[in-house]
Design a protein around this ligand. Structure first.
Ligand code: FES
Length: 482
């Protein structure tokens, strides 16, 4: 019987991203059985699975970690001793079951051998010799057999982290270290329902269909006896001991997210020349902003000066928000540029906007940022990395003048780390030139999605140029900034 692994577990074992496995599946290099991969097939494509950490996946994890709140930056790689013990116990029980099965199968083989020998028919003696030869082969399998190595790594990873599968969506993610199920879901780019993230509101309630969870923090919210019997628990206060299947609803569209009004704090202002600053805003620990990558919020200072801005950071870190801020000439820009009010209150209202990633598609994504259109595009790209299902990314960023790519370090870091990310900086590129360049650079892309963000007239002109080049408009999303 084939030993099957979920896509997420197979990716972790092989040390590659899920997007790479999906690409190989689409290209017929790997086969799946109801969405799962046979260990033997995985070993055929990745024969050198090792117990050591593997390069690419580690690098991708590091990029994701950079988008995470401070509470994740510390030494949280190890689960608590209680969780470790529970996982080792659960694996020990599974091992004991396997050992009992192996003993029973050995006894069955022995009985079969005895019966064949007792029959004394010529046909049976051939079968008996074949059986003996196969058993001898299995007995002398080398200790360094690839399959054994892979199973050893799988066992190690199951002790270090547990996988969660959400139904009905089928989304999967891993719970690492001491994090709660909710924290792990947010880090993975999923939009499970939640409110306070601290056990008070009950909005993160979900039902455990199979597997074992354990409480990691107390909560004031009271679950009814009936809810407990049905397997309900709070994802913000529990972690996974074993692999878990969880019934939980997820926000699918921008309209599914609640409108929020948060009193946050200006954490940092990073000048990028005289006219631009990177604005870092931090929400209270119990009130992270739930938004979709590419959306905007209204920011208001204590004196009422306000401006709507696209969020330039990943929804996987709803506590630390980043924005690109031009001086602009309004009261909001003047206050921040003149007085640099670090640690002052700033109100965050929203989110709004529907310039969001098409998560139903694994097709390559082409991002075209014009000027400060890089802000929502950066958020989209960080989210796309977080959900790890898009085959390839291409970023074209056009600015007015040389030296204007103020997120260039971020772009280059992604390009150096991700095999499937390409970055092309442009200066003062006309929309028709961008469309022509795409045709030369990406002639063989199958069914790509295009995301264009920038000043309204330039963004629309770029979309029209793509349309004139034969791109169907249903594959193009435009954020026309005013
Ligand atoms: S999010 Fe409020 S109780 Fe979990």
């Amino acid at each position: 019987m084939p030993q099957l692994l979920s896509l997420s577990r197979a990716a972790r074992l092989a040390g590659v991203t899920r997007a790479e496995l999906q690409r190989r599946i689409r290209h017929g290099e790997l086969t799946t059985f109801e969405g799962e991969i046979d260990i033997v097939d995985l070993l055929r494509v990745y024969p050198s699975v090792s117990l050591e950490k593997t390069g690419k996946l580690e690098q991708v994890e590091r990029i994701k970690a950079e988008a995470l709140p401070r509470s994740h930056d510390g030494d949280t790689a190890l689960p608590t001793p209680e969780v470790l013990l529970a996982r080792i116990k659960s694996l020990g029980e599974a091992l004991a079951r396997k050992a009992a099965q192996a003993d029973a199968q050995a006894a069955l083989l022995e009985e079969l051998r005895t019966r064949l020998a007792a029959n004394g028919r010529p046909d049976d003696s051939g079968l008996l010799s074949w059986l003996d030869a196969r058993c001898a082969e299995i007995d002398t399998l080398p200790a360094e057999d690839g399959r054994a190595r892979l199973l050893a790594k799988d066992t190690f990873l199951r002790i270090m982290s547990a996988s969660i599968k959400i139904i009905p969506s089928g989304h999967e993610f891993f719970v690492d270290g001491t994090e709660s199920i909710l924290e792990a879901a947010v880090r993975a780019g999923l939009r499970l329902g939640y409110g306070c993230a601290s056990g008070n509101c009950g909005e993160c309630k979900a039902r455990v269909v199979s597997g074992e969870v354990t409480r990691i923090s107390e909560h004031d919210y009271v679950l009814s006896e009936r809810e407990k019997q049905m397997g309900y628990m709070l994802t913000c206060c529990n972690t996974a001991v074993t692999d878990v299947v969880l019934e939980a609803s997820e926000a699918r569209t921008a309209g599914d997210l609640p409108q929020q009004d948060i009193r946050a704090q200006i954490r940092k202002l990073e000048p990028e020349g005289d006219e631009l600053m990177l604005l870092h805003v931090q929400t209270p620990r119990t009130q992270t902003l739930r938004f979709m990558a590419g959306q905007r919020v209204l920011l208001s200072l204590e004196d009422g000066a306000s401006r709507e801005l696209p969020i330039a950071s990943c929804p996987c870190n709803g506590r630390n928000l980043q924005f690109s801020l031009r001086r602009g000439g309004d009261a909001f820009g003047e206050q921040l540029f003149r007085h640099r009010p670090i640690r002052q209150m700033i109100r965050v209202q929203g989110p709004v906007g529907d310039f969001v990633l098409d998560e139903s598609s694994t097709a390559p994504a082409v991002f075209i940022a014009i000027g400060d259109g890089i802000a929502p595009v950066k958020s989209l790209i960080e989210h796309a990395i977080s959900i790890d299902q898009i085959e390839a990314f291409h970023l074209y960023w056009s600015v007015d003048a040389p030296g204007g790519h103020y997120h260039e370090r971020w772009c280059r870091a992604l390009r150096e780390t991700l095999d499937n990310f390409a970055f092309t900086p442009l200066v003062d590129a006309a929309p028709a030139d961008v469309a022509a360049l795409l045709q030369v650079d990406l002639p063989a892309l199958h069914d790509p999605r295009y995301y264009i963000a920038g000043p309204a007239s330039a963004a629309r002109a770029c979309a029209e140029a793509l349309q004139a080049a034969g791109v169907p408009m249903h594959q193009v999303e435009v954020e026309a900034q005013t």
